[in-house]
Design a protein around this ligand. Structure first.
Ligand code: GLN
Length: 302
């Protein structure tokens, strides 16, 4: 595995300058686009890493996987009354379908769906930010994971589209709490900072039928785990989910910080980080890295 990661890393080292880092959140704009890291964790406890694997970045929309898992654990199947499970075919922060589909977001991984999930987490937990952070710390097997407050604040102050989305959803009655509170929790979950090793570890329960190998706890049921992986495959990369499934063949979730995680059920999780994004808001070097990894190892869920 070390040799394979080295080969893929070297093949992709020069792959920069084909996109742009996210700059609609001011605090993300200054990031060094050359940074690049890969980490693999296996359900029997092996860890492999290469590149800038000690550098933390904000997980952004990858947090939507963790908030979905947390709410499924707390609410079960009832969540499907207020969020769908179909690919949207739209950009991650699109407003169009919310009006057409009367406030029910297509899936939990577009921003509209994630805002609704966060709203219900606020209903179920008196200290929602704390509960989300502790949940992710448990998954990663580490207490050394924090919010990046500057990035959370920067996003909160400039959340024009997300604020519009949230108000539109609330106008249809599908958000219970104060919009500013929902946005505050949402921007904090997006600002959680991890390196690729921590990110691979915190996603590993999805490769292990919902069980956390670091403390032995069953986090969510095997069925709920299957459902989250299925949603990642069909919706995890927004309007590039089909292309990602075609090229990589694994459930995955991206964030505009440049991270992507992918899951090989029964075996491993892999996290890649490279901050430059393509027009869909996904890391193009990250996708290419995952494609090479899956192809060279001959793995996929199919
Ligand atoms: N915090 C970001 C936003 O809401 C997350 C988007 C993403 O990572 N795709 O715009």
């Amino acid at each position: 595995m070390d040799e394979l990661l080295k080969e893929i890393y070297n093949e992709h080292l020069g792959m920069v300058g084909e996109g742009h880092v996210a700059d609609y959140i001011p605090e993300l704009a200054a990031i060094d686009p050359n940074q690049y890291a890969i980490a693999v964790t296996t359900i029997d406890g092996q860890e492999y890493m290469i590149g800038d694997y000690e550098t933390r970045f904000t997980i952004q929309s990858i947090s939507k996987v963790f908030t979905l898992a947390l709410l499924m654990k707390q609410m079960g199947e009832d969540i499907w009354h207020f969020v769908g499970r179909e690919p949207s075919g739209t950009t991650f922060n699109s407003l169009i379908q919310i009006e057409q589909e009367k406030g029910i977001p297509r899936n939990p991984f577009i921003n509209a769906g994630a805002l609704v999930i966060t709203d219900r987490i606020i209903n179920y937990n008196s200290k929602p930010k704390h509960v989300i952070l502790e949940f992710i710390r448990e998954l990663a097997g580490s207490d050394d994971i924090y919010f990046d407050k500057a990035k959370a604040l920067s996003e909160f102050d400039t959340s024009y589209t997300n604020r519009s989305l949230a108000y539109l959803i609330k106008s249809f009655g599908n958000i219970d709490n104060d919009i500013e509170e929902v946005l505050d929790v949402y921007c904090h979950q997006c600002s959680i900072s991890m390196n690729v090793v921590e990110l691979a570890k915190s996603s590993l329960f999805l490769a292990n039928s919902g069980r956390n190998i670091y403390n032995g706890n069953q986090i969510i049921s095997p069925t709920a785990t299957k459902r989250i992986n299925s949603l990642m495959l069909t919706c995890g990369l927004y309007n590039e989910a089909g292309e990602f499934a075609y090229r990589v063949g694994l459930p995955g979730k991206s964030g505009v910080g440049g991270g992507i995680v992918a899951i090989l059920p029964g075996k491993l999780s892999i996290a890649v980080w490279s901050p430059e994004l393509n027009k869909h808001g996904n890391s193009y070097r990250g996708i290419s890295t995952l494609e090479a990894f899956a192809t060279k190892l001959g793995i996929s869920v199919f």
